[in-house]
Write a protein that binds this ligand. Structure first.
Ligand SMILES: Cc1ncc(C[n+]2csc(CCOP(=O)(O)OP(=O)(O)O)c2C)c(N)n1
Length: 678
């Protein structure tokens, strides 16, 4: 293994101060940003990047690299300065363009934009959970693929977390899960600087963090002075040596360290220091006061050593990989396939073909069958539920329980920790090698929403199964009945929400979810049984892949009325169509399992499904109408729910809320009258 870079002592200080001054200068030039924390934490980044991180700046995608997460994303200049100096493809020009339009140095780190940025951070606590997900993925793959004498997967996950990260609930959930799973490769450095935005942390934060993490089963150490490189180094080494528990290193630091007037002030958190204070601080560092974005040659040379060190580390790993390929060709092929995120050839043949004779069932039950049909073929499919698997129907039969000691198993148990589940799924997807899915009741999507939003922002191929998708869940009542969640989830840019109507559409929904590698997919499934759609009479479910399709054509092929529906309400629309057709109204039923996918189709296709010349349109969905008006137009209407639900058997609820074939037909007649089509 390659030795860490060892500079003379004064060079250490020069390197650390270069990170500090780059951060100060960039924030000052942008006249926006957070200078204080990069100044305080520069020694941590320096020690990590030059001595501990097993990374190759020239190959940021090397699969066995250590991951580094800056969970305190507001301190982004700490990361950008470190990446620049370590030799990543991030020029000094980019540092000078911090926070500017089109730069690769945005206000908060964005994954996919800047090489070396492992995850998008900014919403505090998310990075913490992402790191846990990465560590789970690492341990899962290590358990699946490493063999005695042949270690293919062996890397650590480092993160810098702040007071804000530790205050946010998601980090509590994720820390508890990480301790439970004994993720020994996780090493978090906590910036204990006693400062947040409103002032000193003791305004709102007085718990004993060390005791809390000890209670979670973490290995906890303290470093009294962030500038003590030897102590930092020793603590990191001790954390590396601890393989049975995640590690927290509590580092006492001073925000805006060295700034004569701003050190230890909340002001230094989120405002530029000011030109005068920048000069005073540089003077205090013994830095040329008029130099801007200065990288001394010896610093450039020393940090530059990260590249040959990284290349050597990767070459050593490549040699191990070649030996592995020779010793275990089949496993090696499986590992390559997992990493490439390619689905195995012919996997779609495993999708079950459900028929009317299979009987009626809830879409969650059809989903269970699909998961278990796919699991043997799609070996990367790994996931679980937030303690609701018997209800979400998401267990992989024979997949084993992913637990400490059996981390290679496929059924995850997130516990009742929906938010951490969201962040962990994102971390697993970011890590790669697994296709993660989560599950819970649809109403609790609210508990995961910040992570779902980040999954969409990062375009992560995460799948979440949301069951109990409407008032149709019945007796549990309004606390458990989603009403506005469908609209809220559809509102997230880049999100794909699919609400299938029956077994065949559920199989198509899973097909679409697995094929969607450009963002998250949410499968919205019913608790109650749904009617069987007779596919010998109506269109095949394959149309679901286009988001919407003509399920039942109007008699004579010329509709005067369009009924639009999703999920469990499609059966209702078909029943209403029978009534309307019997009355002589040619009625087309359009199944729209995914409004987003449908919206992405070309206009020509959309117009064949929803002909512009037919203004009489009625949508039926047991949720708020928000978002439907685009599809029904000004002449159209929506049978919806604009209030919270109620506790009762679902048949009664549907009846009371107007979700009956008779009421849909009645509302349709009103639409026809208004649209002049009756
Ligand atoms: C979820 C979330 N809430 C609020 C914020 C706004 N915010 C950014 S930094 C910060 C306080 C940070 O304090 P700390 O974590 O101690 O960082 P430091 O001041 O030490 O840099 C807040 C409230 C945020 N980024 N994310």
């Amino acid at each position: 293994m390659s030795a860490p870079l060892k500079p003379p002592p004064d060079l250490d200080r020069l390197c650390v101060d270069t990170i500090r001054t780059l951060a100060m200068d960039a924030v000052q030039a942008a006249n926006a940003g957070h200078p204080g924390t990069p100044m305080a934490l520069a020694p941590l980044a320096y020690v990590l990047f030059t001595r501990h991180l097993r990374h190759n700046p020239r190959q940021p995608g090397w699969p066995d690299r250590d991951r580094f997460v800056l969970s305190a994303g507001h301190a982004s200049m700490l990361l950008y300065a470190s990446l620049h100096l370590a030799g990543y493809d991030l020029s000094l020009e980019e540092i000078k363009n911090f926070r500017q339009w089109g730069s690769r140095t945005p206000g908060h780190p964005e994954h996919g934009l800047t090489p070396g940025v492992e995850t998008t951070t900014g919403p505090l606590g998310q990075g913490f959970a992402n790191g846990v997900g990465m560590a789970i993925a690492e341990a899962h793959l290590a358990a699946q693929f490493n063999r005695p004498g042949h270690v293919l997967v062996d890397h650590r996950i480092y993160a810098i977390v702040s007071d804000g990260d530790l205050m946010e609930g998601i980090s509590h959930e994720a820390a508890s899960l990480a301790g439970h799973l004994r993720l020994g490769k996780l090493i978090y450095l906590y910036d204990d600087n006693h400062i947040t935005i409103e002032g000193a942390t003791d305004l709102a934060f007085s718990e004993d963090v060390a005791q809390r993490f000890t209670g979670y089963g973490w290995h906890v150490q303290r470093v009294a002075d962030a500038n003590d490189l030897a102590a930092l180094d020793a603590a990191i080494r001790a954390a590396q040596a601890e393989t049975a528990r995640p590690s927290l290193i509590i580092v006492r630091s001073h925000i805006a360290w060295g700034s004569p007037h701003k050190q230890d002030t909340a002001e230094a958190h989120g405002s530029p220091l000011g030109a005068e204070e920048v000069a005073l601080t540089k003077a205090a560092y013994g830095w040329p006061t008029d130099a801007k974005f200065l990288v001394p040659d010896e610093v450039r040379a020393h940090f530059g050593g990260c590249v040959p060190r990284g290349e050597k580390l990767q070459a050593e790993w490549e040699a191990r990989r070649v030996a592995y390929e020779k010793a275990f060709p089949d496993l090696a092929a499986a590992w390559r396939a997992a990493l490439s995120a390619q689905l195995p050839a012919g996997w779609e043949r495993s999708l079950p073909a459900f028929r009317p004779e299979d009987g009626s069932a809830a879409t969650r039950s059809w989903s269970q069958k699909v998961i278990n049909a796919l699991a043997p073929v799609v070996a990367t499919l790994t996931g679980g539920s937030a303690d609701l698997a018997p209800s979400t129907n998401t267990l992989i039969k024979g997949g084993g329980d992913l637990e400490a000691g059996s981390l290679g198993a496929r059924n995850m148990h997130f516990g009742i920790r929906e938010h951490a589940m969201g962040g962990v799924l994102n971390g697993m997807a970011l890590h790669g090698g697994v296709r993660p899915y989560g599950a819970t009741f649809m109403v609790f999507s609210d508990y995961m929403r910040p992570s779902l939003r980040l999954a969409a922002l990062m375009k992560l191929p995460v799948i979440v199964v949301f069951t109990h998708d409407s008032v149709g869940l019945g007796e549990d009542g309004p606390t458990h009945q989603p009403v506005e969640q469908l609209a809220a989830l559809r509102a997230i840019p880049g999100m794909t929400v699919i609400r299938p109507a029956d077994g065949p559409e559920t199989a198509e929904a899973w097909r679409a979810a697995l094929l969607n590698t450009a963002g998250p997919t949410l499968l919205v499934l019913s608790r109650q049984k749904v009617p069987i759609i007779d596919r010998s009479r109506f269109a095949p479910a394959a149309g679901a892949l286009r988001g919407g399709y003509v399920l039942a054509e109007a008699a004579g092929g010329k509709p005067r009325l369009l009924l639009l529906a999703t999920g469990s309400e499609v059966g209702l629309a078909l029943a209403a169509r029978e009534i309307l057709e019997a009355e002589g109204t040619p009625t087309r039923v359009v199944s729209l399992p995914s409004l987003e996918v449908f919206a992405r189709q070309d206009a020509a296709y959309r117009d064949t499904v929803l002909p512009p010349g037919v203004p009489a349109r009625l949508a039926v969905e047991a949720a708020t109408a928000f978002g439907w008006h685009r599809w029904v137009g000004t002449a159209g209407d929506v049978v919806s729910i604009e209030h919270f639900g109620a506790s009762a058997p679902y048949e009664r609820i549907f009846q009371e809320f107007g979700f009956t074939a008779e009421n849909v037909a009645k509302r349709a007649r009103a639409v026809l009258a208004r649209a002049g089509g009756a």
